[in-house]
Design a protein around this ligand. Structure first.
Ligand code: HEM
Length: 138
């Protein structure tokens, strides 16, 4: 992730916040289409509640994206809280596709390769830390 990419992501995120619930509905619809077995994992919360928590978490990460050590610590803690949910590393791949799909739908005509590369770089880092914490550090 380059400094330019973190700028792009920081600038672009308010747009996502503005349409939170619609946006995340798109994400979960896509996730459940790509990996139907994940639907059963979200058994304790409504998708609305889950959407709010997801966007709040991403918002926090994006805000402190230039302070990666803090972000990393937050991500490790978040990953540990995912430990009991029954996830596999592949779920992060599907989730990543669904996440980019959501962003594309939010941006519409404004979506471009630069935004796609920047967000993919961010998701790559997020999933690396979460997968590392969940599956490799045991
Ligand atoms: C970018 C990566 C991810 C972020 C930022 C994220 C964020 C969150 C947040 C904020 C919560 C609320 C609970 C908490 O704060 O600990 C949560 C819960 C949860 N997440 Fe994630 N998550 C990510 C990836 C995934 C993936 C890949 C899956 C599986 C497909 C997943 C499945 C779940 C489930 C099953 C719950 C609990 C739902 C329930 O209790 O009903 N998450 N996630």
């Amino acid at each position: 992730m380059t400094p330019q990419q973190s700028e792009i992501v920081k600038k672009s995120f308010p747009k996502i916040l503005a349409g939170t619930l619609t946006a995340t509905q798109v994400l979960y619809d896509k996730l459940f289409e790509l990996a139907p077995e994940t639907k059963a994992l979200f058994k304790n919360t409504s998708i609305d509640r889950q959407s709010q928590m997801l966007i709040a978490a991403i918002g926090k990460l994006v805000k402190s994206i230039d302070n990666w050590e803090n972000v990393k610590a937050d991500l490790e803690a978040l990953a540990k809280r995912h430990a009991g949910y029954g996830l596999s590393p592949e779920h992060f791949v599907y989730f990543g596709h669904a996440f980019i799909h959501m962003l594309k739908s939010m941006y519409g005509n404004e979506w471009n390769t630069e935004l796609e590369e920047a967000w993919k770089a961010v998701y790559q880092k997020i999933s690396e830390v979460m997968i590392g914490t969940l599956f490799e550090n045991k």
